[in-house]
Write a protein that binds this ligand. Structure first.
Ligand code: SMG
Ligand code: MG
Length: 368
């Protein structure tokens, strides 16, 4: 495929309600989109880097900068490219996985559209509908949380994830269990808010039969997670710590996780995400698809990934209206507790021109 042009769109999407985690509160999603043009097709990518560097070292201006200065020029200089060639081509730039993932996603989309093949088929999906979990932020009070959870369960979400932090953990979990019962699939996500010395406190979550506790400790504290996993009954799941298939294999070998959250942006793209899926499957470790408040573009690709066979737990693949009143694409709508996997060529969705125009703050175009 010959790439003629790459345009980077900075967009600002207002959230339906503030989303609070142990890392901070978000009111709006500041996203970076990649629009890639080839003679045959157009491809879209979405970069999941946040407005600040609180979730990972990447942030949206940094991602845009490295794309403009280094990654896009390397791609344009290559002449012709295929999706599997993107990561090796960009390997001279260390890190910046979220920026690289967005570029690879756009190439993959253009390539699959050219061949009339869906993302799901291209990745090896085995389902046409995936169950939806929902991530529920930290709230000001337990009654407010219970109202929010009640609303999501009414809509049909099949799994609830509570964001936790010190001071907001055992009580909200107990309240949700007491109000909604033991049958609700329930898990928690700490976004690195604890230390190993909190092991006895975290063991107080054991009686609530959680599916998992996600990333309780620092992203670099892999051994700490292994030790914690020996001290608590709730299965430990890693998010931030797993940045590649190699780090997934290491974490599993160390006993640092029983479950893995796969986010394509965090690991450098959908192809590396698939390799992590394969590594985990080979080790008998179940995986689920994480979310980064994606617009319909990233959501479409995530839903396709979540349809691979070892995605045996419901992912953070909620409907568009969980975060946005108006999505960038045709909205993803909850049906029977899940989302339909797009079947059209490539992502199967594209930005709606009027919505894109409304949310775009700047566009930078680069040509070969
Ligand atoms: O897209 O549904 C979604 C959000 C899911 O909680 C979610 N993501 O650590 O898993 C996570 C968070 C990261 C985003 S907040 C910085
Ligand atoms: Mg997480």
């Amino acid at each position: 495929m010959r790439i003629e042009r790459v345009a980077l769109y900075r967009v600002a999407m207002p959230l339906v309600s503030p989303f609070r985690t142990s890392l901070g509160t978000e009111y709006e999603r500041s996203a970076l989109l990649v629009r890639l043009t080839t003679p045959e097709a157009e491809g879209w990518g979405e970069c999941v880097a946040g407005a600040d560097a609180s979730y990972s070292s990447e942030y949206v201006e940094g991602a845009e900068d490295v794309l403009r200065r280094h990654l896009v020029p390397a791609l344009l200089a290559a002449g012709t490219v295929t999706a599997p060639a993107v990561a090796p081509l960009l390997a001279g730039v260390k890190g910046h996985r979220m920026a690289k993932a967005a570029l690879e996603m756009a190439v993959l989309d253009a390539e699959l559209r050219t061949h009339g093949m869906s993302f799901a088929a291209g990745l090896g999906a085995v389902a046409d509908h995936v169950p939806s979990g929902v991530s529920v932020g930290i709230m000001d009070s337990v009654p407010e949380l219970l109202d929010a959870v009640a609303g999501y369960l009414d809509q049909g979400y099949v799994r609830i994830k509570l964001k936790i932090e010190p001071g907001w953990d055992v009580e909200p979990v107990r309240a949700v269990r007491e109000r909604f019962g033991d049958d609700v699939l329930l898990q928690v996500d700490a976004n690195t808010a604890y230390a190993l010395r909190d092991a006895r406190h975290l063991a107080r979550l054991d009686p609530f039969d959680l599916l998992l506790i996600e990333q309780p400790l620092d992203e670099e504290d892999v051994r700490g997670h292994a030790e914690l996993a020996r001290r608590i009954r709730t299965p430990v799941c890693l998010d931030e710590s797993v940045v590649s298939a190699r780090s997934a294999a290491d974490a599993i070998a160390l006993g640092a996780c029983q479950i893995v959250n796969i986010k394509p942006g965090r690991v450098g793209g959908y192809l590396e995400a698939r390799r992590i899926h394969d590594v985990c499957a080979a080790n008998g470790v179940p995986v689920w698809c994480g979310g980064m408040l994606e617009t319909g573009l990233g959501r479409a690709a995530n839903v396709a990934l979540a349809a691979l066979p070892n995605f045996t737990l419901p992912g953070d693949v909620s409907a568009s209206d969980r975060f946005y009143t108006t999505d960038l694409t045709e909205p993803f709508v909850l049906r029977d507790g899940g989302l339909d996997v797009p079947a059209g060529p490539g992502l199967g969705v594209a930005p709606l021109p009027d919505v894109l125009a409304e949310v775009t703050r700047s566009v930078a175009e680069l040509r070969g």
